[in-house]
Design a protein around this ligand. Sequence first.
Ligand code: NAD
Length: 502
Amino acid sequence: MSILDQNIQKLQNLLERFRSDGIPNRIAGEDRAGSAGSFDNTSPVDKSLICRVAQGNADDIDAAANAAADAFAQWRDMAATERRKILIRVAEGIEARAEEIALCECWDTGQALKFMSKAALRGAENFRYFADQVVQARDGQHLKSPTLMNITTRVPIGPVGVITPWNTPFMLSTWKIAPALAAGCTVVHKPAEASPLTARLLVEIAEEAGLPKGVLNTVNGFGEEAGKALCEHPKIRAIAFVGESRTGSLITKQGADTLKRNHLELGGKNPVIVFDDADLDRALDAVIFMIYSINGERCTSSSRLLVQDTIRENFEARLVERVNRIRVGHPLDPSTEVGPLVTQEHFDKVTSYFDIARQDGATVAAGGEVIGEQGYFVRPTLFTNANNQMRIAREEIFGPVLTSIPFSTEEEALQIANDTPYGLTGYVWTNDLTRALRFTDRLEAGMIWVNSENVRHLPTPFGGVKASGIGRDGGDWSFEFYMEQKHIGFATGQHKITQLGA
Ligand code: NAD
């Protein structure tokens, strides 16, 4: 039996339970049907039904928010060393079930196993990393003044909502949930409606690891119903959100009445700038990796290639050759590099840009076609002869689609790179050190890599500027979001207190 057939067999066994029981909500450690009924979850590989999923609404969110509020004091006050142990056990549980998580994720989202097997393990890494920060998370400063000994401490903000998208959903969920739990917050998680499978596995693993009931609750459902109710709930103190920029704006509005603190990780139209003095072999590898891996459904993808006109012809020719060789196929085949797009809606969106590109006068140098009718497969696509005013250069396509734009000078490259509403990442390829320093200083992006693809290091700040987001994840920045600073001043003597009415 081929490895693909073996993986399909394993997956069928794993899906059996979802087929018979569906995916219920998980509230206060109990399975509950959705108050609004249930909806179909289908696979992008062949459009087949995977299972029915509980459709949560404001009633379910209310139950989950109450459960999170009830569990908060116990979780907050648990000894940090004990909380740490539980979070490490969650990491171990993820590692033990990494294959199950990866197979389910691939079938649910269309992402290739090549990348999802690592994504599951990165989820475990997130739990381990933040577990190791638990003990010092509440530490503060001592700021002595003439009359007072001032101390600061940090306390968890309270129950929080986590709303996640469908691209690499397991990894992204752990990215939010792990620091929230490590900070001492309790969580209501609303996963994306298109990819509910691994959110269910996560809450199971967490409870098996000893997480007390109600500390992590999962409510499935649609954004405008369950997601909106979560943003509006008065007992939810903050919303950690990953998704589109326009949804981020809705999150802010919906949370206004209850004065929510929001952390928004949003879209991008990230530039990769290749100067003619760069190591062009490595630049080519990175350009390809950063747009065609993870189906191009990646917020940090470099979807705009800015290539210096002196090397453009040759670089684009090499690009076309490689893009045409990218292996599109079944996501459970270990050799597959690009799988199907997540949903019909997303497939329609991505493929609409094939015509938009032609109408705007760009050249479809590679791809620009769908593959078969069984699932949502498209050919990896490259647009050339583009300029930065075209829609293919301005809008986030969020698929395996790259737009190449030429430039002649450093100043022009910078102007094009910054001429976008977004500002998540930037990638600069040059061997001129002073240019790299100058350029990165003026590039409008939250994260920049020089002569490198995106290599995530958890202690560094992750987040965007402009329409790409507000707030940072990683290191202590995560705790800044999930915790409140508190100041306490102790009088050190009998300092004069101004007397009124004496
Ligand atoms: P989306 O905004 O459509 O949905 C994300 C989540 O928000 C889903 O769970 C959805 O149900 C929920 N939602 C939708 N409307 C809502 C509302 N009114 N109130 C509350 N919740 C609501 O995004 P998507 O299509 O699932 O994901 C793709 C997007 O995510 C892309 O734009 C991508 O760039 C972005 N993304 C950003 C990052 C980052 O770190 N910056 C990471 C991954 C993905």
